[in-house]
Structure formats: structure tokens, C-alpha cells
Ligand binder design. Structure first.
Ligand SMILES: Nc1ncnc2c1ncn2[C@@H]1O[C@H](COP(=O)(O)OP(=O)(O)OP(=O)(O)O)[C@@H](O)[C@H]1O
Ligand SMILES: [Mg+2]
Length: 452
């Protein structure tokens, strides 16, 4: 790609002087524009932006300081170089105090101006890159409400970004506490349905008959106790998203009814003959092995295919242990808000490392609860690794080998645990861990996925 020439505005009421400078800057590879007065310059900077402004200080009516202010009113980051004619070093210093990038005293060598212009542009580029990087990092630290920037989560975000825009049913899988409900919310709030409702229902929590009327609604008098009619969650989620959480626990009779709703796009309230059209995006979640439930006859295969159009796997925390420090910080901040009288301010590095050695069978929820406990019972401003170990007695103080020996695990398991441990010792840096382990970093990713 051809590099765009940096634009420079040259402001001087000595037009010849300005033209001369413009020619020379043009030869040096810049795209100069001349303003023959402060008034002209102020009008110009309101209509277009310049990478650098070079302005004379002393001008009739509108002087260099006014130009400086006008430029910075539009973009405070634009470097403004001030040219000053008489030894007015004082006024030049004033200009710098007001935010000018630098000043050159007339008469000057072109080289002098060039050096400052180049330096200003370089600094600006670095700053812009830095800002872009920070913005990118901030965005990439999460997708919507999700936290984590591990490769596993990046992969998930990339998938969610595409899926959020579609209407296809999504099946979210993942161990308990991995954030399945969060993922469902992110899908809704990052997608085109965000203005409508996000409704979640847990299929485990309710007995079959109640779940049915909860989902599809009921008319008054449909059954004993139905003293008024109810719209049902499908109707509430119309235009939005309905999360069917723990779908694996949905009773078979309801599975059949749900399948019909999905096929026909309409619901029938309990006790009513009149179907109602609904436009609901279905997101189902489960921690169960749904294929196994299908094989054993507990879950309808046809419904399974309907729901699992897009499978989304949420990784367990131990497979993205490098996200732990970030998550721990997040939960610490929230726990501190909830417990303002707690003296706990932060976690010692060693404490975070100790957290990284735990296997987190309860995943993110377990971490969240543990941090809350640390904040509630903490008596010091800094949480130490001993405090963590007091709550997680089986966290190995050193290498995981001791535990492994006790439990007599397979080499495979030991390898996985050891890799995880070394990563946590390296503060989540997998490249560094790979160096220590003497293996390729891609091997780490492969092993953590459980393939060889
Ligand atoms: N990536 C994440 N960023 C921030 N918080 C998270 C993340 N993942 C999970 N959490 C938090 O962890 C807790 C558990 O998440 P969630 O309820 O979504 O998990 P789940 O997979 O639905 O669990 P279960 O299978 O037990 O229902 C919640 O408090 C949630 O806010
Ligand atoms: Mg859940």
C-alpha cells in the first residue's frame, strides 16, 4: 500500500515565506496547505484535519495562539509547531505552555522545521498505535459481558460474533459454572435482537406441568389454580431471545411440544385452541452429554438436531487458566463493592499463582465464590497464598507431582496437570511455559484440548 503523505498546514501572513516553506516540505514528501492568515487557518481546521500545523506566532487579528487553540479544540492531539520572528522567547514559551509542540525561531533552516515535524509525526504514530492497541486489548478482553482473553476465549468470541448476527438456534455446552448463561446473554445483547427481551428459563427447576404453562402460557381456568391467564415466556421473549437452560432435563412430553413450536413458529397456551405466532430466537444450554441422553432415549433426536444447529462450547476454566488473574481481579473488584467494610484491597502474586494451581471443577462460578469468601473473611489488605491455601487445602504448595503420586494418576493426566501448573507458574504465559517444558507452544494448546 502506498503510504499516504502526512498533511501539514502552514500558517503565515507573510505569504511568500509560507509558500517557500510549503514547497520545501512538499519536496520532503509532505502534503502542505498554506493559510495566508490566522483567520483563514482557523476556518480551515474546522473543515479538515491536518497531521501537523506549523504556524507563525505574530499575525494580525488572529495570532498563532488562536490558531493553536482552534486546532486543539478540534483535536488536542494535533502537534502545532510555532514559528516566532523576534527573539520573543517569552511568547514562544507561552505557546508551549498552552500546548504547542515546539517552536522555531526565525530565521530558521528548513532542516530544523523538518526535524520537529518528523518527530511530532513519529510521536503521534506511536501514540495512535498505542491507543489502537489499548482499544483492541480492551475490546478483546471480552465479548460483551464475557471476560477472558485466552486463545480459547478468543476462539469463542470469534464464533459468537458471527452467531450473534444469525437467527439459528444455538446449543451452548460446557461444564457447570463455565459461563453458559453469560454466553447466552452476550449472544442476545450483541445481536440484532438486543432491544427486545432476553428471557431465561431453567428446565430443571420446574415440574412438567408448571414448565409447560411457564413456557407457553395458559388461559384462565385452564387448570386448578389458574385464576388468571398468563402469556408465557415464549410470548415475553417475542422478538428477542429465549434461553432454555439445562435443556437436557426437559421432560419428554414437553420436548415434543417444544419441537412443534420450533417447527411451526407458534405457541398454544395451555387450555387455548388459538395458536399465537412468535418470533423467538432459541438458545439452549446444557452441561450434560446430550448425545448420550439421545442414545439412551432420554432426549429426542429430532429436537436435538433442531436445537444444535450451531453448537457453542464454553471452555472449562482449567483450559484457560491464563484468564484466571483477569477474572480474579474482576471478581475482587465486585466483591469489594459488595463488602465495603472489608480491608482486602488486592491479591498477592503468590496468591494468584496458588489459585492457578487449582483445577476449578466448579469453573468460573467457583472462582467467583472463592474470591468473595476471601474478601469477606480477609483481615489484611493483601490476600496471601496461605489464605488461598487455607480455603483450597488440596492446592499443591509446590509441583503437582505430590498430589499425582497420592492419587496415582495416569501419565496423561499428570502431563496435563504439570503443563497447567507450569503455565500458572509463568503467570499464564504459554510461550514461556513451552520454553521451560522444552516443547512447542502449539503442543501446549493441543495437549490442553486433550488431543495429542
Ligand atoms: N467469562 C466470564 N466473565 C465474567 N464472569 C463470568 C464469566 N463466565 C462466568 N462468569 C460468572 O460465573 C458465574 C457462572 O456463570 P453462568 O451462570 O453463566 O455459568 P453456567 O455455565 O450457566 O453454569 P451452570 O451450568 O451451573 O448453570 C456467573 O456469576 C457469571 O457471572
Ligand atoms: Mg447456567
Amino acid at each position: 500500500m502506498a503510504r499516504v503523505k502526512p498533511t501539514i498546514l502552514i500558517v503565515d501572513d507573510h505569504v511568500e515565506m509560507a509558500r517557500l516553506l510549503a514547497d520545501q516540505l512538499g519536496d520532503a514528501g509532505y502534503a502542505p496547505t498554506v493559510a495566508a492568515s490566522g483567520v483563514e487557518a482557523v476556518a480551515l481546521v474546522k473543515t479538515r484535519s491536518f497531521d501537523v500545523v506549523v504556524s507563525d506566532l505574530r499575525m494580525e487579528e488572529v495570532d498563532g495562539i488562536d490558531v493553536l487553540d482552534a486546532v486543539h479544540a478540534v483535536d488536542p492531539m494535533t502537534p502545532v509547531l510555532i514559528m516566532t520572528a523576534f527573539g520573543g522567547i517569552e511568547s514562544a514559551v507561552q505557546a508551549i505552555k498552552r500546548g504547542a509542540y515546539h517552536y522555531v525561531a526565525k530565521p530558521f533552516q528548513l532542516d530544523e522545521v523538518l526535524v520537529y515535524v518528523e518527530r511530532a509525526l513519529d510521536e503521534r504514530r506511536v501514540r495512535d498505535d498505542h491507543r489502537a492497541l489499548r482499544r483492541w486489548a480492551a475490546e478483546r478482553a471480552g465479548f460483551g459481558v464475557l471476560i477472558g482473553k485466552s486463545p480459547a476465549m478468543q476462539k469463542l468470541y470469534a464464533l459468537l460474533e458471527r452467531v450473534a448476527q444469525s437467527q439459528a438456534p444455538v446449543l451452548i455446552r460446557g461444564e457447570s459454572g463455565t459461563g453458559k448463561e453469560r454466553v447466552a446473554r452476550a449472544l442476545h445483547f450483541e445481536g440484532p435482537r438486543k432491544a427486545a427481551a432476553f428471557v431465561a428459563v431453567n428446565c430443571t427447576a420446574l415440574p412438567e406441568s408448571l414448565l409447560e404453562s411457564e413456557l407457553f402460557g395458559h388461559v384462565r381456568g385452564a387448570f386448578t389454580g389458574a385464576t388468571s391467564s398468563r402469556r408465557g415466556l415464549f410470548a415475553e421473549a417475542d422478538g428477542g431471545t429465549l434461553l432454555l437452560d439445562e435443556i437436557g432435563d426437559m421432560p419428554p412430553a414437553l420436548q415434543a411440544k417444544l419441537l412443534r413450536v420450533l417447527e411451526e413458529g407458534e405457541v398454544r397456551a395451555v387450555g387455548s385452541d388459538a395458536p399465537r405466532k412468535v418470533d423467538v430466537r432459541i438458545v439452549a444450554a446444557t452441561h450434560q452429554d446430550l448425545e448420550e441422553r439421545v442414545r439412551s432415549g432420554g432426549f429426542r433426536q429430532d429436537l436435538y438436531y433442531r436445537l444444535a444447529v450451531v453448537p457453542v462450547a464454553v471452555p472449562p476454566l482449567r483450559d484457560r487458566i491464563e484468564d484466571l488473574p483477569l477474572l480474579a481481579e474482576h471478581f475482587l473488584a465486585r466483591a469489594r463493592e459488595r463488602n465495603p467494610s472489608s480491608p482486602v484491597q488486592r491479591l498477592a502474586r503468590e496468591a494468584v499463582a496458588a489459585l492457578g494451581r487449582w483445577s476449578w471443577p466448579g469453573n468460573v462460578r467457583e472462582l467467583e465464590n472463592l474470591i468473595e469468601r476471601l474478601v469477606v473473611i480477609g483481615v489484611d489488605d493483601v490476600v496471601q497464598s496461605a489464605d488461598v491455601q487455607a480455603l483450597l487445602p488440596s492446592v499443591p504448595g509446590s509441583a503437582p507431582l505430590d498430589d499425582a503420586k497420592r492419587a496415582m494418576v495416569t501419565l496423561d493426566q499428570l502431563e496435563r496437570e504439570y503443563i497447567t501448573w507450569v503455565i500458572s507458574q509463568c503467570g499464564g504465559n504459554k510461550t514461556r511455559a513451552a520454553e521451560i517444558l522444552g516443547i512447542d507452544v502449539s503442543t501446549i494448546y493441543r495437549r490442553q484440548r486433550g488431543s495429542h
